[in-house]
Design a protein around this ligand. Structure first.
Ligand SMILES: [Zn+2]
Ligand SMILES: [Zn+2]
Length: 177
């Protein structure tokens, strides 16, 4: 049983972090959520030349070694960051980042906003499950309905998930065991 800690700046419905993440991970993980803010941390990675966007890759590289090998007994740490992220020299914006097999998943929520609050929360759930999938070892999936499909646009996010396709779920089950 893997233990996941979700640290969030965004208030999430009480059934989301525990109930829903666990549900979509096939009940192979236990999730705990804590509200926090990352202002101090974010200020170190803000790019003023880009309107204050956060350098997602640099933040990930900074935090990853600090949580690798377990943080307070958790296997994976998810940061839900109420901001906009990008990847230097690659992606103008990202909904999230994680390394394949890494200990950390970052989700950036600024571009997930819009519409009903429930839609916003669903998008966050999808991006959390996507980045967690990477952290557990999954790569991108070619099935546009699968949560591991790469989202280039918010429409991609709205089309996919929140579930993993059969193939990804089977792989996840073997990885999580
Ligand atoms: Zn991805
Ligand atoms: Zn898939």
């Amino acid at each position: 049983m893997k233990r996941i800690l979700v640290l969030t700046e965004v208030e999430l419905p009480s059934d989301f972090p525990g109930g829903q993440i666990e549900h979509y991970l096939g009940d192979l993980a236990r999730v705990e959520m804590r509200m926090t803010d990352f202002e101090g941390l974010k200020s170190q990675f803000r790019d003023v030349r880009r309107g204050g966007q956060i350098r997602a890759d640099a933040l990930l590289d900074y935090l990853e070694p600090r949580v690798r090998g377990g943080y307070e007994g958790f296997d994976k740490i998810v940061l839900v960051i109420n901001d906009d992220g990008y990847v230097e020299g690659g992606l103008n914006f990202v909904f999230g980042v994680a390394k394949i097999g890494g200990a950390l998943a970052l989700v950036f929520t600024k571009r997930l906003r819009g519409g009903e609050q429930s839609l916003y929360h669903l998008r966050i759930l999808k991006e959390v499950l996507h980045e967690l999938g990477h952290s557990f070892g999954l790569d991108h999936c070619t099935d546009p309905k699968c949560v591991m499909y790469f989202s280039n646009t918010i429409e991609d996010t709205d089309r996919k998930g929140p579930g993993y396709c059969q193939r990804c779920m089977a792989r996840l089950r073997s990885l999580l065991r």
